[in-house]
Write a protein that binds this ligand. Structure first.
Ligand SMILES: CC(C)(COP(=O)(O)OP(=O)(O)OC[C@H]1O[C@@H](n2cnc3c(N)ncnc32)[C@H](O)[C@@H]1OP(=O)(O)O)[C@@H](O)C(=O)NCCC(=O)NCCS
Length: 181
């Protein structure tokens, strides 16, 4: 269990006043687990949300969906990769956060470094430790497999994401440049 409850959105009542959400219904519990092949569709949908937000675009392309489906399917089948999924607990669990970790190896097969991608927390649940808790699971997975360093790539200009990585001990060490041709 990653988090034991949270604050629901306020509920409007007919006269326009509001009531505290905790009085209306109990806060949901969350559960984090390792994703499996049956989660493919859910994970691709979360990756599309992450990409739309990161790129600030209204929709992702069909080729992005196809490539993400292929890479997610491969990740779910690889012993060197792991994807975690945090969901609400209930009859119909709602996916709320995910993170994917990969152990990258050198040409001889020795562990080289850990790599993180598809890190996403539903906007209603940000700032409550879900991202940090998923990171701890990834660190444990990568350390157990011999990684001594972990890396990731970010889009420039996402202050919240940069603060998140810095708060967890990451610092930038290389910049990727590009231009259209
Ligand atoms: C980045 C993201 C994964 C963080 O997840 P989160 O669950 O909100 O983060 P946490 O609550 O675990 O916060 C951990 C630390 O990050 C920092 N942090 C998180 N959100 C922050 C924000 N909006 N502003 C400043 N610092 C922030 C805080 O220092 C926090 O540390 P503390 O609570 O110990 O003080 C989440 O905001 C997200 O999904 N963003 C959109 C997708 C994205 O940018 N993914 C990363 C792609 S590289």
């Amino acid at each position: 269990m990653v988090a034991g409850g949270g604050i629901l959105p306020e509920t409007a009542v007919p006269d326009g006043a509001t009531i505290p959400p905790m009085a209306a219904e109990p806060a949901p519990l969350l559960h984090t687990r390792v994703a499996g092949p049956g989660d493919l569709e859910t994970l691709v949908a979360l990756a599309c949300r992450l990409s739309r937000e990161a790129e600030r675009i209204p929709a992702v392309s069909a080729s992005f969906v196809a490539a993400t489906t292929l890479s997610t399917r491969a990740a779910l089948a690889s012993p060197d990769q792991r994807i975690w999924l945090t969901e609400s607990v209930g009859a119909r669990p709602e996916p709320l956060a995910t993170l994917r970790a990969e152990l990258r190896r050198d040409p001889e097969g020795a562990p080289q470094c850990g790599f993180l991608c598809d890190v996403f927390v539903d906007e209603r649940w940000r700032g409550r430790g879900l991202g940090a808790a998923l990171l701890e699971r990834a660190f444990e997975f990568l350390r157990e497999r011999g990684a001594t360093e972990v890396r990731l790539e970010t889009q420039l200009g996402h202050a919240a994401a940069e603060s998140f990585w810095e708060s967890r001990g990451f610092h930038p060490f290389r910049t990727v440049w590009r231009r259209p041709l």
